[in-house]
Design a binder for this molecule. Structure first.
Ligand code: SAH
Length: 271
């Protein structure tokens, strides 16, 4: 399969099949690229992550086999080795395989690992970019991640521990943010207390912060707060995964711009 205009890295061995690693964007089907849409419409087999929205999957052919390889429905996530094996087997059978990932395939999406695996087995890989959730989250709040007056760069970072198991060093990231960089944190909700505490070592408590869940989808919810109140706000506004945390001065003045906060159930007061 070759998508017109898509750059294909030529493997060193003879090519015996191909797979397209396609970014499905943050959820809103209107945010798909035309190239992604073309690939989805052509695919005979689609391996879809749980972050891929139903609206995007509706573009697949009726005859396409859609394999959900995520945690949707509370099931355990599919082991990476199984996904690799399945992609390879289907490509070698001559199927038009699309590996569909939320956001961009190369942004915390294991796209690099999957591409390496396929190329090592002589399978050509095409990568189709998608709009990453961090960008969509900021845009949904009406702000950009850079601003001439407030931020001259962006750090996209995972809230998870690093690959070698060591935790992220949040004070270091906070120090970078203090130099005028916006922090965009993926998968940060489970580690929100550690993130807040570590960043407070380097950033003022009143640094603007925001959480955006389900960016770009009708189910989107968000909360705007400060670094100091980040963890409490996450609980109070009941923000859960998938969510992006944005921290930095680009969020200044957002209270006026932001949509109404979700309605909260009143909590009984302590006597
Ligand atoms: N490749 C994806 C990121 C995968 S990591 C991308 O480029 O967007 C999974 C994390 O992405 C989630 O835990 C969450 O932090 C973020 N995410 C993905 N889709 C999201 C959405 N619609 N709204 C908010 N966060 C999202």
């Amino acid at each position: 399969m070759t998508l017109a205009g898509t750059s294909t890295m030529t493997p060193t061995t003879t090519t015996i099949g191909s797979v397209a690693l396609v970014g499905a964007g943050p959820g809103d089907p209107d945010l798909l690229t035309r190239k992604a849409l073309r690939a989805i419409r052509r695919a005979s087999v689609i391996l879809a992550d749980d972050l891929v929205s139903d609206g995007v999957l509706r573009f697949a052919r009726r005859s396409a086999r859609i394999v959900h390889v995520g945690k949707r429905g509370g099931c355990a996530s599919t082991p990476q080795a199984f996904i690799d094996k399945l992609m390879l087997a289907e490509a070698l059978k001559g199927e038009r395989v699309v590996r569909l990932k939320g956001g961009d395939p190369f942004m915390f999406g294991r796209g690099g690992e999957e591409a390496e695996h396929l190329r090592a087995h002589g399978v050509a890989v095409e990568v189709v970019n998608g709009i990453t959730a961090g960008l969509a989250a900021a845009t949904s709040l009406g702000v950009g991640l850079t601003h001439r007056a407030h931020a001259h760069g962006v750090i996209f970072v995972t809230g998870h521990a690093r690959a070698d198991g060591t935790p992220m060093h949040w004070p270091t990231l906070g120090a970078a943010a203090a130099q005028g960089l916006t922090l965009v944190i993926y998968m940060g909700v489970p580690a929100i207390n550690a993130i807040r505490a570590g960043l407070l070592d380097a950033l003022p408590a009143h640094t603007p912060a925001a959480l955006v869940q389900n960016a770009s989808l009708p189910t989107q919810r968000h909360a705007v707060c400060t670094l100091d109140t980040l963890a409490a706000t996450c609980i109070e506004a009941r923000i859960g995964s998938p969510a992006i945390i944005v921290i930095g001065d680009v969020l200044r003045g957002l209270r006026e711009l932001s949509m109404p906060m979700p309605k909260l159930t009143p909590q009984p007061r302590a006597a």
